[in-house]
Design a protein around this ligand. Sequence first.
Ligand SMILES: Nc1ncnc2c1ncn2[C@@H]1O[C@H](COP(=O)(O)OP(=O)(O)OP(=O)(O)O)[C@@H](O)[C@H]1O
Length: 280
Amino acid sequence: MLGNQRERLPDVGSLLVVGSGKGGVGKSTVSVNLAVALARAGASVGLLDCDVYGPSVPMMLGVRKRAASSGFRAMLPLAEAKNLAPEKKIPPLTRYGVRVMSAGFFIGEEQAVAASSDMLGLLIRQLLYSVDWGRLDYVILDLPPGNGEPQQTLCREMALDGAILVTTPQDIARIDTAKALAMFQNADVPVLGVVQNMDGLLCPHCGERIEIYPHSKEVRTRLDQVPVLGSLPLDPMAARWSDEGVPVAISMAETPFGQAFCTLAREVLARQQTRNSSNE
Ligand SMILES: Nc1ncnc2c1ncn2[C@@H]1O[C@H](COP(=O)(O)OP(=O)(O)OP(=O)(O)O)[C@@H](O)[C@H]1O
């Protein structure tokens, strides 16, 4: 099925996904900070955390839900149809200028979700339609690791306007990222580029750069052809701010680490504008 036959979210300019085949490489860090940086650059932005089993966005944005709840039973009745009446839609939370929704707003942070994995695609698609996003330039989907669900359903049914891949320099991460790349390319989703995260550690004492993860020397032809949108070092302060619930695009805005997200946002805006004008 071609991209233009897939469904578009009403009133949303571009639907972007941030993904990687590999877990823990920084997808949520990139999603949250890209969303905040785009908002700071003047765009109207929504962010949907698509990780049902381990949502990280609530903590990264300082909206943690510690108490357990009735979980998805509380959410599913709301998410029964695509054409939900406006008054039935779920209002997103607004944090740092970004409209945010996460399964983590409905379930306690230590609560296990019993949804079977083949339900995840439907669940996320329903959530996407059930949120009262309003009119937005961008909605960013922070994907869970892997190439299963909800990725398959989203690639099949939604018109995704761009994918941003996140990897570390190691080959073990690049192998999985190459798989995610193949998944998006096979589904005709335009891949905007790759962010190389945890690319060296800057010593907080002397500033020396230490390579934590070895740079892969393997040729991965498809992945090597994808533009590099940015490179981020491992920075202990970034992890600390993230746990504090303040995105580094705000808390470290003046540092090279924070600035990297302004550059990433500018790259994404430019690439998306080029794509939009070539599609007109
Ligand atoms: N460049 C970095 N420097 C320091 N810490 C980082 C960096 N990037 C990510 N982290 C930290 O690493 C952890 C994992 O990052 P994150 O949750 O963004 O990865 P993920 O790919 O979304 O993980 P998952 O696969 O679980 O969804 C987080 O604690 C985050 O704060």
